[in-house]
Structure formats: structure tokens, C-alpha cells
Design a protein around this ligand. Sequence first.
Ligand SMILES: [Mg+2]
Length: 119
Amino acid sequence: MESSDYQKLAARTLTDKPGFEVSDKDIMTIWNALGLAGEAGEVSESVKKGIFHQHGLEEEKLKKEIGDVLWYAAALCTTLGFDMGEIMQMNIDKLKIRYPEGFSVIDSQKRVDKTERPT
Ligand SMILES: [Mg+2]
């Protein structure tokens, strides 16, 4: 699935928040940011229990929770007028600068994308 298709389809359910209008950008931004953090917490909790509590990783549950994270990320992008594909590309561009040969601890510590500022 293309990111733009996903963002459009996710936005289909970005309505009908009880008591708020979608056009209230600040409320929707906060709502989606909190939702994103909450769903990321659900992923973390599932992994924590799966590994540290030795329940085993529940792949289907993890897939659904990761999907919930994606939905809120898409919703936040839509609310803020961001193109999700552009955000994805920006992230990859940053990682290419930070880790030109793939991940390394040394590059992680250097974080050249943080120290090289355009003039
Ligand atoms: Mg969830």
C-alpha cells in the first residue's frame, strides 16, 4: 500500500470525536499526539510482557498495535497538513546522513545530522 493511499484511508475515520469538531486543529493535534503515545505504549507493553514476563510475543496482537500507531501517525500528519510520504522520505534522508554505511554505535554517538547545520 502506498503511504498516500494509507493516509487518505486512515483519514476516513478521522471524524466524529465526541464533543469536538475535526476542524478544531489544536484539539485534534493534541488528541492524535496523545493517541500516538498511547498506542506506542501498547506496543511497548506487549513486547515487555512477551519478553520479560515470558508470555511470548503475540505477533497478531503486535501487528494490530503497530497498525494503531500508524493510524495515529497518519491522523497527526493529516491534522497538521503533512504528507505522510514526505515525512517518511525525510526520515530516511536523515538516517542516510546519520548512518551512511548502516547503523553503527560510533555514528549513533556522532549524530552528524544534528551537528551539521545548513548556513
Ligand atoms: Mg491499540
